[in-house]
Design a protein around this ligand. Sequence first.
Ligand code: NAP
Ligand code: F7E
Length: 349
Amino acid sequence: MGGGHVKKALITGITGQDGSYLAEFLIAQGYVVHGIIRRSSSFNTQRIRHIYQDPHEDRPRLVLHYGDSLDSESLMRVLHKVQPDEVYNLGAQSHVRVSFDLPTYTADVVYLGTVRLLEALRTLDRPVRFYQASSSEMYGGVTTEALDESSPLVPRSPYAVAKVAAYYQTINHRQAYAMFACNGVLFNHESPRRGETFVTRKITRGLAQIVAGREQYLYLGNLAARRDWGFAGDYVEAMWRMLQHDVADDYVVATGETHSVQEFLDYCAGLVGLDSAACVRVDPIYFRPTEVDHLLGNPAKALRVLGWRPRTTFRQLAAMMLAADLDSVGVDPRRFEALHGFIPDPEPR
Ligand code: NAP
Ligand code: F7E
């Protein structure tokens, strides 16, 4: 932060998993963070509530504005009011399975929402740095090789198709208008704040319910799928680093390790002394019309150019999520020796 200028960042999707970690990270860097939230019939700000609740703040660290990626006017209005230095476009219908049921809506939010935001940015009279939340789903999981920035894009869901379009639109705005616009191609990243219907969280939450005696079985889909899972708290730093670099570019962000859903399940079940075969049932309702079988990322460029690296291991991630979910159902994670190092802090899940 040079010359006393306090940087302003605007985040779409601030109420989501990544938005909450990014807001915390940017505030810790000295930014004032502005976020776009959607009107909702019940509160949807639980992941960022604690940021508001700091009694020591001398100026607002977080400012929320109503808006929607479907609504150009709202994006325009917020951008002109905030005059941000950096914009992080995280807002999305982000569930791959749901995108098969809502393909048009998903395309509208994910693709056209990005076009609306990029076009609104062009009406500002100041240079703005733009981050686009691109996804490893764009690769389609058709190879077991490690994927990098030059790997072919083979989208296999309406979500992935929309993300591919938004990815290319971001590059087109960079080339056509010399905008500082970057794609972060992030592989799956999880946390105790992960949405409850994504598989890792579904597993840790489901096992916690079983330990608490609230449920007998956990129902899952394709256990053979493989993912490169990292920790969301590590990945938001990579987003920020992309926008601090001299040149706008696209980067893969991943751990370089892949594990199956079965492995994640077995590891978590083992941590709490459960036999996964006895407590899990496969329900085809969770199968996808086209599946992404295998994802493994090669983050070498982000490591080399951005100096970023993932800090949290697969096992630490699983234990952290499981401890938080046990705690939230009233089971003390310290009952399980392997979880002693992962006692959750009182922050939101
Ligand atoms: P998430 O938890 O599902 O959060 C999505 C956010 O988007 C929420 O704040 C949601 O608001 C907001 N949103 C949904 N529809 C919107 C609309 N029409 N207008 C404005 N905002 C809208 O997702 P996440 O895991 O944090 O992921 C963040 C971004 O990274 C997404 O774009 C996702 O597609 C992408 N991504 C995620 C991963 C991953 O593994 N997590 C990997 C690669 C890329 P509400 O709270 O109101 O629903
Ligand atoms: O599925 C399998 C499922 O929904 C992972 C989003 O953040 O990451 C996420 O998309 C795998 C798939 O994540 C269940 O079939 C088995 O193969 O946790 P997921 P995703 O589809 O990889 C990418 C990078 C994004 O960009 C997305 O926004 O797990 N699976 N059984 C299951 N998946 C779910 N959800 N539920 C099950 O019961």
